[in-house]
Design a protein. Structure first.
Length: 470
């Protein structure tokens, strides 16, 4: 096992890899429940309930398959699951139109799977031919350095939001948790306690890391979980009633979707999705978002793990891209939206994960969710949010290497950094950074042949921003 996964060669050990795998799982386990909720817009009545159950099972299966691919083929400590944002876009593009047209939402859901399948096949072709990795390597150095930092801010922002350390504000959009207001209003336990526990968890990780205690992130997750249940005087809920029905709906409406002629007809007939042109734009959109979400995540996590080659690119990036594309195709066949490499993998990397053994452990944990009450429900957000915030701290260090005296580097890097959390999208940050870099390079007379790939990326993103609403 040591030789196969290169555990010693990468400066790790089995214990550390297991802890890292558990850490990654707990950091991203929310997707088990969140993905079906997003695709059905939290509706579980009638046909929408069938979709929810089918997506629930498919989400777990694709996470297991995609993560095992990353473990045994790429041998990297990265996990895969259905992409956040893309699942909401899936609902708006395919399920919601069916509901608005008064047609069967299951038919809309299944037509969407056709679009995902086609975009996944394009991913696969680009990956097998090596074009995806060439696109990744074509990014300018300033963006390669800014992407990990931007992802760090993004996942830290997710952590802050998950526990309401950052709350919505109608005037300023966001604000710090109103501890006093929630105490006065009597909702402190629901609205402020998770934020308080998450802050404690973050400080605990920082102290343990400073003392060089192994497994600091996992210790914090377990400790805050126990503290949460003690303080709230609640117990975990083990509800097994829906397991059988979930598998039944998965077999009847999920895995059968892309094999029905009606699904293909609806995808391109124009009644629900707007015709062939609209379908093509949707395919391209899913391609772009998944491609650059994955590229960004790979650069970010590989940088954190010191797993970059001499050119600053992730090692075995071709294999990682192939794993991602195969998982997307598999997800479409099983019945769920685009699968992508998860940014929360950085939590496991931060816990010391360096090999595919980390991914094996994560995949096993996901598999158990098929038969038990989702483990995601047992670990509260206030226990996993500190891990995301802490990893965000670690990933910001790479931005110091950006040449801030050269505006051709500084402005695109800054835009990529801030636009990821502000637009809630890794790919948006990369796209805006590419557009800025291309325009500044053109206007300053610095444009060369090597900038052509970045220009193509910029044009594609500009078209996406103009023609597709997300």
């Amino acid at each position: 096992m040591d030789k196969f996964f290169k555990i010693s060669e990468r400066g790790s050990n089995v214990r550390t890899e297991i802890i890292a795998g558990l850490t990654t799982f707990f950091a991203m386990a929310y997707i088990v429940i969140t993905n079906p909720n997003q695709i059905t817009s939290f509706s579980t009545d009638g046909p929408m309930g069938q979709i929810w159950n089918a997506v629930y099972v498919a989400s777990i299966l694709v996470a297991v398959i995609g993560t095992l691919l990353m473990a045994f083929y790429a041998k990297m400590p990265f996990a895969q699951a259905c992409g956040m944002g893309l699942n909401s876009f899936f609902f708006v593009s395919f399920v919601l139109p069916a509901l608005l047209n008064g047609t069967d939402p299951v038919a809309g859901y299944q037509s969407g799977l056709v679009i995902i399948l086609l975009s996944g096949l394009i991913f696969l072709i680009l990956s097998v031919t090596g074009l995806r990795s060439k696109i990744a390597r074509a990014l300018p150095e300033c963006l390669k350095k800014a992407i990990p930092a931007g992802i760090g801010l993004f996942i830290a922002f997710i952590g802050f939001q998950n526990v309401k350390i950052i709350e919505p504000n109608q005037y300023t959009m966001v604000q710090f948790n109103d501890f006093h207001g929630h105490f006065v209003n009597g909702d402190f336990m629901q609205a402020s306690l998770p934020a308080l526990l998450a802050i404690v968890g973050l400080l605990l990780i920082a102290v343990l890391e400073k003392l060089r205690v192994k497994g600091a992130i996992l210790i914090s997750i377990v400790g805050i979980t126990v503290l949460y249940y003690v303080v709230t005087a609640t117990t975990p809920n083990f509800d097994m009633s829906q397991v059988g029905q979930a598998f039944q709906d998965f077999g009847s409406v999920g895995i059968t979707g892309v094999f029905q002629g009606a699904s293909w007809q609806i995808a391109f007939d124009g009644f629900s999705l707007g015709g062939i042109l609209s379908a093509v734009m949707l395919i391209i959109t899913f391609c772009l978002v998944d491609m650059f979400d994955t590229i960004g995540t790979l650069y970010g996590t590989a940088s954190q793990a010191n797993m970059l080659d001499e050119n600053g690119d992730p090692i075995d990036v071709d294999k990682c891209m192939t794993c991602d594309s195969v998982a997307t195709v598999t997800g479409a066949v099983l019945g769920t939206s685009t699968c992508t490499t998860f940014v929360e993998s950085a939590a496991g990397v931060g816990a010391g994960g360096r090999t595919g053994l980390t991914s094996v452990v994560t995949a096993i944990c996901f598999f158990l969710c098929l038969f038990l009450t989702p483990i995601a429900q047992l670990v509260p957000a206030c226990a996993t949010a500190p891990a995301l915030i802490y990893v965000g701290v670690l990933m910001l260090k790479g931005f110091s290497k950006v040449d801030m005296t050269d505006m051709r580097s500084a402005v695109p890097a800054f835009l990529a950094l801030v636009m990821m959390p502000l637009t809630y999208s890794i790919s948006n940050g990369i796209g805006i950074g590419c557009i800025a870099y291309t325009l500044i390079t053109l206007c300053t007379g610095k444009y060369t042949k090597k900038d052509i790939p970045v220009t193509v990326i910029a044009v594609l993103f500009a078209l996406r921003f103009c023609l597709v609403t997300m």
